[in-house]
Design a protein around this ligand. Sequence first.
Ligand SMILES: [Zn+2]
Length: 493
Amino acid sequence: MATYEEVVNLAVRRSLFYPASEIYANAPAGMYDYGPYGSAIRRKIVETWRKHLVQKEDFLEIDGALIMPEDVFKASGHLTNFNDPVTQCKKCNVIHRADKLLEEKTKEQYREAMPAAELTAALRKHKLTCPNCKGELSDVRQFNMMVKADVGVSAKASCYLRPETCQSIFADWARMVKTMRVKLPKGVSQYGKVFRNEISPRQTLLRQVEFSQIESEVFFDPSKIDEIARWAEVKNYKIHVQLANKTTVEPMTAEKLASAKIVSGKLIAYYLARTQQLFERFGIPVSKMRFRQLDDTERAFYAKEGWDFEIQTSLGWVELAANNYRTDYDLKGHQEGSKKDLSFVMEDGRRFIPHIWEISIGLDRTFYAALELAYHDDKDKERTWLSLAPALAPLHAGVFPLLSNKPELVKKAEEVYESLRESFEVTYDQSGSIGKRYARLDEIGVPFCITIDFDSLTNNDVTLRERDTGAQKRVKISELNNVLAQSLYGKKA
Ligand SMILES: [Zn+2]
């Protein structure tokens, strides 16, 4: 298993991701840029999500503004509830998360939502001082994590950068109903950036100030939570769950989760299954996944039911997706805040506020997990490679002439490269030893390398090398398109 440090080293070495504005010494922590191949992998995660959890589910995808007025976040509760408890060192002025300091010291869980006075009392009881300078710590206060945006000159309304993508989905709901001929259940999805003023961003992509979500909110009629059109497709599919009172993960069919009333209804079991299937498509083994059932103390106050989707990494279990039964909390809040009617009218005239099942996936954390679980090395052969699923590979193949100083090989290699570009994402590389060229592509997860040598000139064939095994075979140039399509997509070009 790769360590976190090995993964980050590879990422930075190959410019998959790296600190934003890194040429400036005072660039703030918690922001990362994705380089050419990193952004290609990231884009492919989004495309895979879009194909399987948006389009195949007949969800509607929107692309909302990043900046939203204060009233949105008054209605959503963020202005009052979206806080981290902090304490400041009276000597060096550094601000720390009070709950995290306590956790490190006592190895016990402290909830962010614990009242400030209780956290202050705990700090004093355990005689905590500043970890940097041993200075005295201030009383705990709540720090709001919203990032304020100064917009315009009229100051008509205060604005914030959104802390989650779902608020524009809720705000746009009535418009979707009016203009998109919505029938329930209906998901509305969004991919985009969000911002949270983290006190201590850490672990690169795992806790950032600026990050991205791929999110769906499924609007449904709570009286029809057991009516799911495509139930047959998932009912025998096993979902890896860890129940709130258990310490082990159990595979359970969707049917069992629904019939034993472990979930509130079939609709929820259905989307848990679809979510797990999506992560399988990202190349993550099911044995590394779990849906952890949240107990009463962990759930957000509006959530009737919640499951954290987590992946086992070298850092322990990491949450990649929040799955919450948000009931009618959000639409009711926005109905009150906006004074607009957000109810839904059924064909029989029944009027109600739809309930919401949320599938909120952290894109950057998913990227990290996919990278770590794909990371392989062979220390004897000094070889490192990413065994990314074909759907996530940044390129399909590299094309090389064996020797770059032989014009006839270069010409043939360029011809092969041109013949593949129409159907595949390929790169051409003639610099450095063939071993170095293999290594460059192995480390970014490119599944195939195609080499043109002297035999290619007489036989019209190439060497096709496979990333994970290093196995090589000869393939006729006329067959290359089909062979690649078969290996990548399981069908002919
Ligand atoms: Zn200090």
